[in-house]
Design a protein around this ligand. Structure first.
Ligand code: PLP
Length: 827
């Protein structure tokens, strides 16, 4: 292949084309409102005003995006691609306005329309292209990469339907499709001329060239187009705008030409749907996989399109010489979801670019890096060999070849140990052989990281122990983080202002600076300002809870919050049992030492996860009984917040007093919700799990309400677990179980909670709810007593924010950059 000569005509002086200085934001807003959207009446709807404002801000992003891309074209600098099936972005307007420092101008411009910024913002739909923590991590990472000026592109899927909308019917979760693109997505820019062709099905043929070399050809495939849609990712006030490239599947124009010519025009057009199905919907499973063929198609579609995109750019610049490729590229795989990229890069290099296997393997294993996100066995992806053989026949051959070469390495390390070979093989043998995607990711990567210190240690000692013995240097930890721009500066402006008034505003770009706040934790005047801010945020949340849940939250009570995906390992059940126990005490008149509290739950259950859905029903039934009880009112309120998402979290985390992080130790890889709450001054009640351990280390044991078994103790407890004996020997737990089992919360729905009761009483309950109950109650009591001493609580709250410096995703990304990616910031 030869180097293409570029004959692109560059529009001169584009830098000067749109005048983007201060005086014109109002003019641009008017122009977009009047001309681009064709509106003249302000009263029409906030939707058009939002669109016009988004386009106005977008203009300013586009100019910087072009400069960033120009820098990348002009400089041979190393760059990273972050491959993720999920990007849980939320809204973009407020974040862009903050990043570009346009707030003053925006507010000024909106006066003309007699509207507040906060009102216009409400018209934006969340980009909910993710399930939970993993997808939100990808979004925080993009923010940090741009803010640190790192050349990183995000690659994902432009799902037509994102995470489902959740509503409640009689306390049961109901799922509705999230048609988030219906009113348009003003941030995206399609680039159809850069579409890539993705192959599926077909078969592999061998043929020999003149030199007698055998080539494998993947033929008779059914092809699908991948069309890129680019979303700008602004850095914080540094002029950098990176790109998130989302792929949409479309039919190729050559679809079914035969049928077309045979007169089946309509049938042929209708078949376009099959191609377009690939990016139709996000799979709503968090921490579990259900092995559906369409999901594998999504994974391959993303991996192939993204790799082709990068190889295409390489060939444009360097022709067929790949010798320098690995020096300038690195791919980060967000969990095993895109791990097929290991085999696809090999296929592209060997089949399409005609490299020798060894050279291709060197390139692959020096550019791929894998992040593991979970220890739960149900989340470890396996795909049946027969499905692969049908859908991706050439990829299966590549995986077999990788495996054969890998197993000979295993044989060298453990000579004669056939059991090791079976245990480490990429193929799990059996009646239905399966491909172990995590193993493919490990074998094909130069770096394997966990997402919190404990998680990485458990990977090394447990799940991936043999691989750790084989390649100890591959394994490393990168504790997760969250962006302090969205999760403090933007979502909690009054706290941000208070912080800035004391320590200046450098903390927004350099979050380690937040530690300077420590100086003020004992300052009475500062404490009362801190308290007033929290109070204001609680009033705002109370209004939202009233509107969304029809429950009255009293901002003078403690706000005790657990919001996250509903999962047994996260133990929302333990939390609601505590609520039942408080209610039981109120009924008995044993209210001494009780602090008035409002308990908020929120989160979605995977639509096929019956137990998680039943927990939602239980929370709602308990809430119904408690909230109606006049005797309980002064001490306890309970609400389930429907459709928990990024936008909801922005209001919730700013208003929380007590953050519940109560997973069974050893099960939550890191958690990131815990970090958002900490930044906003919430105190944590939690187990020694995931990043909770590091949070507690940073803030000090005195400023954290610890309870429950450690990961190691949990493993021991499971050997002889007897929950019924535990229930009998605990007065509080037996009272709580008695009230639940009496049917008090399901008087007209007999037996509906039997599965929950049985799970708590089962000696095989892996989540050890009964085991940790007393310890949890005791920690809750400590939290209540502390809350009664407001001055003490405020000290601890300030200390939590002040100690949250290392939970910025800037710190995480700096470590990815230093240890794995080795990128140089753009100047
Ligand atoms: C941060 C966040 C999560 C992750 O929460 P965890 O408590 O770490 O599980 C999930 N969903 C949304 C909307 C979030 O903002």
């Amino acid at each position: 292949m030869t180097k293409k000569t570029s004959n692109v005509c560059v529009v001169k002086h584009w830098q000067e084309a749109p005048k983007l200085d201060e005086s014109t934001l109002a003019d641009d807003l008017m122009r977009h409102f009047y001309y681009t959207l064709g509106r003249d009446k302000v009263g029409d709807s906030k939707h058009y005003l939002f669109q016009a404002l988004a386009l106005t801000v977008r203009d300013r992003l586009v100019a910087r995006c072009r400069a960033t891309n120009q820098y990348l074209a002009d400089n041979q600098c190393k760059r990273a691609a972050y491959l993720s099936l999920e990007f849980l972005m939320g809204r973009a307007l407020g974040n862009a306005v903050l990043s570009l420092d346009l707030e003053k101008q925006t507010r000024e411009a909106l006066k003309e329309y007699c509207t507040e910024f906060e009102y216009v913002e409400q018209a934006e739909h969340d980009a909910g292209l993710g399930n939970g923590g993993l997808g939100r991590l990808a979004a925080c990472f993009l923010d940090s990469c741009a803010t640190l000026g790192l050349p990183v592109i995000g690659y994902g899927i432009r799902y037509e339907y994102g995470m489902f909308n959740q509503s409640l019917d009689q306390g049961f979760q109901v799922e509705q499709p999230d048609n988030w693109l219906r009113e348009g997505h003003p941030w995206e820019m399609p680039a159809p001329e850069q579409a890539r062709v993705i192959k599926f099905f077909g078969q592999v043929e061998a043929h020999q060239d003149k030199q007698g070399r055998t080539h494998r050809m993947w033929v008779s495939t059914q092809d699908v187009l991948a069309v890129p849609y680019d979303v700008p990712i602004p850095g914080y006030r540094n002029g950098v705008v990176n790109t998130l490239r989302l792929w949409k599947s479309e039919a190729t124009d050559e679809f079914n030409l035969k049928e077309f010519n045979a007169g089946s025009y309509s049938e042929a057009v209708a078949k376009k749907n099959l191609a377009e199905q690939i990016t139709m919907v996000l799979y709503p499973n968090d921490s579990s996989e259900n092995g559906k063929e369409l999901r594998l198609r999504q994974q391959y579609f993303l991996s192939s399109a993204s790799l082709q995109d990068i190889l295409h750019q390489w060939v444009e610049q360097h022709g067929s010489d790949f010798s320098g490729f690995a020096d300038l590229h690195v791919f980060q795989l967000n969990d095993t979801h895109p791990s097929i990229a290991v085999a696809e890069l090999m296929r592209l290099l060997v089949d399409e670019h005609e490299l020798e296997w060894e050279q291709a393997w060197t390139i692959t294993t020096s550019t791929m890096a894998y992040t593991n996100h979970t220890l739960l066995p149900e989340a470890l992806e396996k795909w049946s060999v027969s499905l692969f053989a049908r859908l991706l026949p050439r990829l299966l051959e590549v995986i077999y070849e990788i495996n054969a070469r890998f197993l000979s390495e295993v044989a060298l390390m453990w000579p004669g140990d056939m059991e090791k070979q079976r245990a480490l093989s990429l193929i799990e043998e059996g009646d239905h052989p399966q491909i172990r995607m995590a193993y493919l990711a490990i074998v094909g990567s130069f770096s394997v990281n966990g997402v919190a210190a404990l998680h990485t240690e458990l990977l090394k000692s447990g799940l991936f122990h043999d691989f750790y013995q084989l390649w100890p240097a591959k394994f490393n930890n990168k504790t997760n983080g969250v962006t302090p721009r969205r999760w403090l500066a933007y979502c909690n402006p009054s706290l941000a202002q208070l912080i800035t008034s004391k320590i200046g505003e450098t903390w927004q770009a350099d979050y380690a600076e937040i530690k300077a706040l420590r100086r003020y934790y004992d300052d009475r005047a500062f404490q009362s300002q801190w308290q007033a801010v929290k109070q204001g945020n609680k009033e705002k949340l109370a209004k939202l809870v009233q509107a969304r849940c029809d429950v009255e939250f009293d901002p003078s009570m403690m706000f005790d919050v657990q919001v996250k995906r509903i999962h047994e390992y996260k133990r929302q059940l333990l939390n609601i049992l505590h609520v039942i126990s408080l209610y039981d005490r109120i009924r008995r008149g044993e209210t001494q030492g009780m602090v008035p509290r409002c308990v908020l739950f929120g989160g979605k259950a995977a639509p096929g996860y019956a137990m998680a859905k039943l927990v939602i029903k239980l929370i709602n039934n308990v809430a119904n009984v408690v909230n109606k009880d006049a005797q309980a009112r002064a001490l306890l309120r309970v609400a389930f917040f429907p459709n928990y998402n990024v936008t909801a979290m922005e209001t919730i985390c700013a208003a929380t007093d007590l953050s519940q992080q109560i997973s069974t130790a050893g099960k939550e890889a890191s958690g990131t919700g815990n970090m958002k709450f900490m930044m906003n001054g919430a105190l944590t009640i939690g187990t020694l799990d995931g990043a909770n351990i590091e949070i507690r280390e940073q803030v000090g044991a005195d400023n954290f309400f610890l309870f429950g078994a450690t990961a190691q103790q949990a493993d021991e407890v499971r050997q002889y677990y007897d929950p019924n004996a535990i229930i009998q020997s605990s007065q509080a737990l037996s009272n709580t179980m008695a009230l639940l089992e009496s049917g008090h919360f399901n008087l007209f729905e007999p037996g509906i909670f039997n599965d929950i009761i049985a799970a708590i009483r089962s000696p095989h309950d892996p989540w050890l709810v009964a085991h940790d109950f007393d310890s949890y109650l005791e920690a809750q009591q400590r939290a209540a007593e502390t809350y009664q001493d407001q001055s003490q609580w405020l000290r601890m709250s300030i200390l939590n924010t002040a100690a949250s410096g290392s939970f910025s995703s800037d710190r995480t990304i700096q470590q990815y950059c230093d240890d794995i990616w080795r990128l140089t910031p753009m100047q």
